[in-house]
Design a protein. Structure first.
Length: 157
């Protein structure tokens, strides 16, 4: 089991209150809906992240490993890849880059990697263009990071 970086999920044991959304906001949200690919080797964690991100209006695909992720990336062209796999930070970074390459995605497709060994909990760091390492200490921090990255990359396309 990968205990890396998703230690904030148990803190979400209490269901998050449903946000009140106006009809106008729902229409605007559907116009910018973006597709995320979650690559996580622990099924329960994948499903929890998927549920939370879908609640925010994202289209979410999930994969358990590099091969499945590359295939889904080729088929669905995600706007962002979220990677949390067991392994050394270097190995996980290499896997993430291969997923982007073998999935036929450009360097502009951002990758967010969860890794406890690279940055302290609650921190984030940009390793290179469009590759970020983070250990969010709560879902709102992850939510804000994803929104900021997707906003910045959509402005460059």
């Amino acid at each position: 089991m990968c205990s890396c970086a998703l230690n904030f999920l148990p803190k979400l044991g209490i269901p998050m209150p449903a946000a009140r959304t106006s009809k106008r906001a729902m229409i605007e949200k559907s116009e910018w809906t973006q597709r995320l690919l979650i690559v996580e080797d622990v099924q329960e964690t994948r499903e929890a992240i998927e549920k939370l991100l879908k609640r925010d209006g994202y289209i979410v695909d999930q994969a358990k490993d590099e091969a499945e992720a590359a295939e889904k990336a080729r088929r669905n062209s995600p706007d962002l890849i979220l990677v949390s796999l067991a392994g050394t930070p270097y190995d996980v970074l290499s896997v993430a880059q291969r997923i982007r390459l073998n999935g036929g995605l450009t360097q502009k497709t951002p990758i967010v990697i969860f890794s406890l060994r690279v940055v302290p909990e609650g921190a984030e760091e940009e390793l290179s263009e469009n590759i970020y390492v983070t250990v969010p200490d709560n879902f709102n921090q992850l939510r804000a990071l994803l929104a900021r990255i997707l906003r910045s990359t959509s402005n460059t396309h």
